[in-house]
Design a protein around this ligand. Structure first.
Ligand SMILES: Cc1cc2nc3c(=O)[nH]c(=O)nc-3n(C[C@H](O)[C@H](O)[C@H](O)COP(=O)(O)OP(=O)(O)OC[C@H]3O[C@@H](n4cnc5c(N)ncnc54)[C@H](O)[C@@H]3O)c2cc1C
Length: 340
């Protein structure tokens, strides 16, 4: 069977992985230049940093086993340092929640999708944005955004975030009432926007925590972490803070000049940590994530109703929460159903 997977994020990679030992021909279309989607890594100088998802939680036995036993474990990094909390007034407190293991890789979290794809024969077409689908007989034709054909397939798996999957369904020609029902179910998934700001300092920041999470969701910072707690990410004697600004602040500042946004974020972080040196990082980076985290899942029954026609869905929004391990599980599940 010829299968097209749209999106080479954690879900798309896991689906391809689940199909590795079958005789399905898998082609993956990915609009960006790399794999792993919102679980993203960049490099600058000697620093490596995860500027989307910070880590994979060990909440899923299946995914933890995949990371720690099945896939190559070379360079797998466990962050064991604790996550503390802070409130709207910036009061930082030790958390009584048990410390869970958080996974990344020395070369960054994108290694997860890289390692999954390495186990497969899937062909990944980068910088290829799928613009729409057309049902022709019992096959699906995919076009790019210029309406140029990308190929015809027995089945298609859509993994982009729900708003981008809605765009694809809206641009789909399929004379069947399920098309509109699907588009409505997928469009209903609410998302949070997050602006990530990276702040680098040429000195060490001595703190007892890896991350700080804002528990009342009233602070301008939603999450702050120290990338140096991941082996291999930040040279000794330096510090790299990852600040994920709150959804309200991120949406408000999303289109402002990035230098202003980064400077303001640095000031807020300096105040939160009570260290004025932090307002003046020696370099910064940033990434706006318009569709960062789904707050709910789409109706599973509506999604599954398209499967007899060879149209499948996977991703964190199918699972119902913005987590890498859930995206992986969703991809594995759908891959196993396709294999059947
Ligand atoms: C700032 C931030 C922090 C986060 N922190 C954490 C965390 O610490 N721990 C955690 O577990 N999770 C975290 N998450 C959530 C986690 O990143 C996601 O749940 C997970 O990566 C989703 O994987 P996915 O495969 O479902 O989707 P994605 O990663 O979004 O993959 C979809 C892929 O589809 C591609 N695509 C989209 N449209 C098209 C198209 N038309 N044609 C071709 N390709 C297309 C995209 O480029 C992308 O590569 C965070 C997310 C963000 C944004």
């Amino acid at each position: 069977m010829d299968l097209a997977i749209v999106g080479a994020g954690a879900a798309g990679a896991a689906a391809a992985y689940a199909l590795r030992a079958t005789n399905h021909d898998v082609t993956v279309f990915e609009k960006s230049r790399g794999v792993c989607g919102r679980a993203a890594t960049r490099r600058r100088g000697d620093c490596t940093y995860d500027h989307g998802a910070n880590y994979v939680k060990d909440d899923s036995e299946r995914v933890t086993e995949l990371l720690t036993e099945t896939l190559p474990t070379e360079g797998l990094v466990a962050v064991d340092d604790p996550v503390w909390t802070f409130d709207a007034d910036g009061r930082i407190a030790e958390s009584d929640r048990p410390t869970e293991t958080k996974w990344s890789y020395e070369r960054g979290i994108t290694q997860l999708a890289k390692r999954l794809f390495t186990e497969t024969d899937a062909e990944v077409a980068f910088e290829t944005r799928v613009g729409g689908l057309e049902r022709t007989g019992d096959r699906w034709r995919l076009d790019d955004v210029d309406d140029d054909p990308l190929g015809s397939f027995d089945a298609v798996l859509l993994t982009p975030p729900a708003p981008q999957t809605t765009e694809l369904l809206t641009a789909t020609t399929w004379d069947d009432p399920r098309r509109a029902e699907l588009a409505a179910a997928v469009e209903a998934v609410p998302y949070r926007t997050i602006y990530t700001v990276l702040l680098h300092y040429p000195f060490e920041l001595d703190r007892p925590w890896y991350g700080l999470v804002n528990t009342d969701r009233e602070h301008e910072v939603g999450w702050l972490s120290r990338e140096e707690c991941k082996d291999g990410h930040v040279p000794d004697g330096e510090s790299l803070l990852v600040a994920q600004m709150s959804p309200a602040w991120s949406s408000r500042r999303y289109d402002d000049p990035s230098d202003e946004v980064k400077a303001d974020a640095a000031g807020i972080v300096a105040e939160l940590l009570g260290d004025e040196r932090l307002a003046d990082p020696d370099w910064t980076d940033r990434q706006g994530w318009l569709y960062a985290l789904p707050d709910e899942g789409a109706d599973a029954e509506t999604l599954r109703a398209a499967e007899p026609e060879g149209l499948y869905f996977a991703g964190d929004w199918v699972a119902g929460d913005g987590r890498v391990h859930l995206a992986v599980e969703s991809g594995l599940d759908v891959g196993e159903r396709i294999a059947e």
